[in-house]
Design a protein around this ligand. Structure first.
Ligand code: AMO
Length: 438
């Protein structure tokens, strides 16, 4: 019986792909999914079917399968959705050691167009072509692995903080004043006033240590990035934590524990995705080394004599550092001048750090200023008007505890975890200066 038969009974799914093991040998099952590839070798069709849980190989052999089924195989197209009822056979050659021999195939949706790339293997076109039909692009097995790792990593981060008694918070995304420098703000009309999309939850998370002591947030942040790079997007997930009664050195330990927790979770639950993406290298750490900014400058100077104390670390400088530190590491105690107003400074140095992976910055954080007068001075030094921060400063009159925290660029972390060089590959629908859809 095939799709053209109007009397055909509806096939009901009995199994998901991930549950079908060699123990299913000779079992009669029904699966539903979409066709990722069809190959014909001589008198055999090999169909790779995917459902939400992964792949299953379907085999249709002339002379073995029913003639109707063999004829129907000729008409099937990649991307179509099908329901397949048939018998599972053990097979050492098939992925997962099983293949499905169909007795009935029902086509649930067919395709009108052939996408400009194959889902399975072959040369991929430029990322922009793929992003234009991103939902289709996300059917590629490696994209599926990236997104599954992404979801597992989010879950792992959330569990880590909840298990350590942090309160999950959600702070406003429509804000009145900049926190991370004025140049990268997205302005918007808020009724009759100008407002902005948040660049980070910085001031809110600091305020929330006053009532809650330990908070975390996982939410979008927005930066109007003018240049198109492989690691900047306009809308990214910022993973933030803030905690009272600790300083930046304590935060370094918390991040190390968080990353070890993520590593163990992913190795336990998602090693097939890490293997498919050839991304085991980042898991080879047990601790995170630290280098001070001063020592980092000395190391860079050995290769690039032009760098001066006080310079930010350029891509070239980070490339040089990454030769010495190819995995996770911290650069600590940055010069005060380059740091935002809320970071605690002592003379020329600040109690701050960046978390790096090779030549990429993944996170930054530090001890915060918790004295109101000092905070007002720092705002003035940065040419910011303290009146614009009244909503924040007034809380500091009520015993703001000493505190510290950090913000991590989730997509940058995912570039590391999923072994990707373009940040757009790890977001579902990435936004940049040139892309506002889909
Ligand atoms: P910072 O501005 O360094 O610090 O941002 C924190 C981290 O966010 C990521 N990030 C980005 N990721 C993708 N695209 C972008 N355009 C982008 N901009 C930033 C980076 C960066 O390390 N409030 C402080 C954090 C803190 O001190 O708690 C802050 O926002 O990975």
């Amino acid at each position: 019986m095939n799709a053209d038969n109007k009397d055909q009974k509806k096939l009901i799914r009995t199994s998901y792909s991930k549950d079908i093991t060699p123990d299913f040998d000779e079992k009669n099952i029904t699966v539903i999914g979409w066709i990722v590839s069809i190959r014909k070798q001589g008198k055999i069709y090999f169909i790779m079917l995917y459902d939400s849980t992964g792949p299953l190989q379907i085999i249709i052999k002339k002379g073995v399968s029913h003639d109707d089924i063999f004829a129907q195989a000729e008409t099937l197209k990649e991307h179509s959705s099908i329901a397949v009822q048939g018998i599972i056979k053990k097979s050492d050659k098939a992925p997962k050691g099983v293949e499905l021999h169909p007795e009935e195939i029902s086509v649930l949706s067919t395709t009108n167009k052939i996408p400009p790339f194959s889902l399975y293997g072959g040369q991929l076109p430029n990322i922009d072509k793929r992003l234009d039909i991103r939902a289709v692009d996300l059917r590629r097995p490696s994209a599926q692995s990236i997104m599954k790792l992404r979801a597992k990593t989010l879950q792992s981060i959330r569990n880590f903080y909840i298990d350590c008694d942090y309160l999950e918070v959600n702070t406003p995304k429509i804000i009145a004043t900049a926190t991370e420098g004025g140049s990268a703000l997205f302005p918007m009309l808020y009724y009759d006033k100008e407002a902005f999309l948040t660049q980070s939850p910085q001031l809110f998370k600091e305020q929330l240590v006053l009532p809650f002591e330990k908070v975390f947030e996982i939410a979008y942040a927005y930066r109007a990035e003018k240049s198109r790079t492989l690691y900047h997007i306009s809308e990214f997930i910022s993973v933030d934590m803030e905690q009272a009664f600790i300083d930046y050195k304590d935060v370094l330990k918390i991040i190390e524990d968080l990353l070890l927790h993520i590593k163990n979770d992913l190795l336990e639950t998602s090693s097939e995705h890490l293997e498919l993406l050839d991304s085991k290298d980042w898991t080879t750490f047990d601790s995170i080394p630290s280098v001070t900014y001063n020592d980092a400058i000395d190391l860079i100077k050995e290769v690039d004599s032009k760098i001066e104390w006080g310079d930010d670390l350029s891509t070239k400088s980070m490339d040089i550092l990454s030769k010495k530190f190819p995995h996770f590491y911290y650069v600590t105690d940055w010069p005060s001048a380059g740091k935002p107003f809320y970071i605690k400074c002592e003379g020329d140095y600040s109690e701050s750090f960046d978390l790096m992976y090779g030549n990429k910055e993944l996170a930054s954080g530090g001890t915060r200023v918790n004295d109101k007068d000092e905070l007002i001075d720092r705002l003035k030094q940065k040419n910011l008007n303290p009146n614009g921060f009244d909503f924040h400063l007034r809380v500091f009159d009520y015993g703001m505890p000493p505190h510290a925290g950090f913000g991590l660029g989730f997509e940058r972390l995912m570039m590391t975890i999923a072994n990707q060089t373009n940040i757009r590959e790890v977001g579902l629908f990435p936004r940049d200066q040139h892309r506002l859809s889909p």
